[in-house]
Design a protein around this ligand. Structure first.
Ligand SMILES: O=P(O)(O)OC[C@H]1O[C@H](OP(=O)(O)OP(=O)(O)O)[C@H](O)[C@@H]1O
Ligand SMILES: O=C(O)c1cc(=O)[nH]c(=O)[nH]1
Length: 289
């Protein structure tokens, strides 16, 4: 999100898509793989009684492992959500790779990302049982379908617990007619808010989203992105964008995957030169604190 959006510039030679040996069969979603893996998914436990809110008073068992991470990366590569070339980012940095969440534009893929996000949040809750939230907030634009989809993904994985989970998002331009205003969806006032977005790079979009949420009377309790690019907030050094958000707002920052997960998956699927450029970029802008 953000008003000073820079142009996405593909390389002169065109963005390169990774070559995959085999596209996962249609319908073999992350959830399917999760359900059919050797160590079956044990989340959620069947609740004994109906819970109307998204508070988590009891101690819950964490999922035993996280196979959705690699399944999610596979889905990203298959759908060319992850591309290689030269791209100008919102921060102005020239990146050798780009995560285009706009390409999760088919029901099957949107379902995959919604389940991966939901599993990420549920895993966090299971390890931090006092954590609670009321509403998901998706910063315009790419955060909009993501927050909406995550609400559905949570409801799918645990309908008892998440059937009342809410979502909202902002308009980049304030509407002056009809329903008007800058926020669409459930009101934020007095609610505990989790931001859902595609990536965090330098953290500018997150800070902008927090301003909007606070301006609406919401209380930020967490941040969740599909990809943590593990970059510094400032070009000239200092801590990571995620670290700065954690320190500044005192909230957890979750990601389905991060740059290290990504690099670990690239071998054999993309050109060696692309991997080298990503590693070089990481040396220049990378931070993990
Ligand atoms: O951490 P940062 O350095 O702020 O960069 C990441 C942000 O940049 C992109 O948003 P952008 O404003 O480009 O727009 P979009 O969602 O409308 O595509 C992306 O969707 C993130 O929100
Ligand atoms: O930093 C950005 O602007 C950015 C990076 C990325 O990988 N994907 C995206 O949509 N924006």
């Amino acid at each position: 999100m953000g008003m000073n959006r820079r142009t996405l510039i593909p390389a002169k030679t065109g963005a390169r898509r990774p070559t995959l040996a085999k596209k996962p069969p249609l319908g073999q979603s992350i959830n399917h793989q999760f359900k059919n893996s050797q160590r079956p998914f044990q989340w959620p436990p069947t609740p004994k009684k109906k819970i109307q809110t998204t508070s988590f008073p009891q101690v819950l068992q964490p999922p035993p492992y996280f196979p959705y991470k690699s399944a999610f990366l596979q889905a990203c590569l298959s759908a060319s959500v992850l591309i290689f070339g030269t791209f100008t980012l919102k921060s102005g940095r020239q990146s050798p790779y780009f995560f285009n969440a706009g390409l999760f534009h088919e029901a099957d893929l949107l379902h995959d990302i919604s389940i991966a996000f939901a599993q990420t949040l549920i895993s966090h809750i299971s390890l931090n049982p006092t954590f609670s939230f009321d509403i998901l907030f998706g910063p315009a634009y790419k955060g909009v379908p993501l927050a909406t989809a995550v609400a559905l993904g949570l409801r799918e994985l645990d309908p008892q617990r998440f059937r009342k989970v809410q979502y909202s998002f902002n308009r980049k331009e304030i509407k002056d007619h009809g329903d008007g205003g800058a926020i669409v969806g459930a009101p934020l006032k007095g609610k505990k808010v989790v931001i859902v977005d595609d990536v965090i790079t330098a953290g500018t979009a997150m800070r902008e989203a927090v301003e909007i949420i606070r301006g609406q009377g919401g209380i930020l309790v967490g941040v969740m992105v599909a990809l943590d690019r593990m970059e510094r907030m400032r070009d000239d050094g200092g801590g990571s964008a995620i670290g700065e958000v954690k320190r500044q707002y005192g909230v957890p920052v979750l990601s389905i995957v991060d740059l290290n997960d990504l690099i670990g998956t690239l071998g054999g699927t993309v050109k060696k030169e692309d991997v080298r450029r990503v590693e070089e970029y990481k040396r220049r802008y990378g931070a993990s604190d």
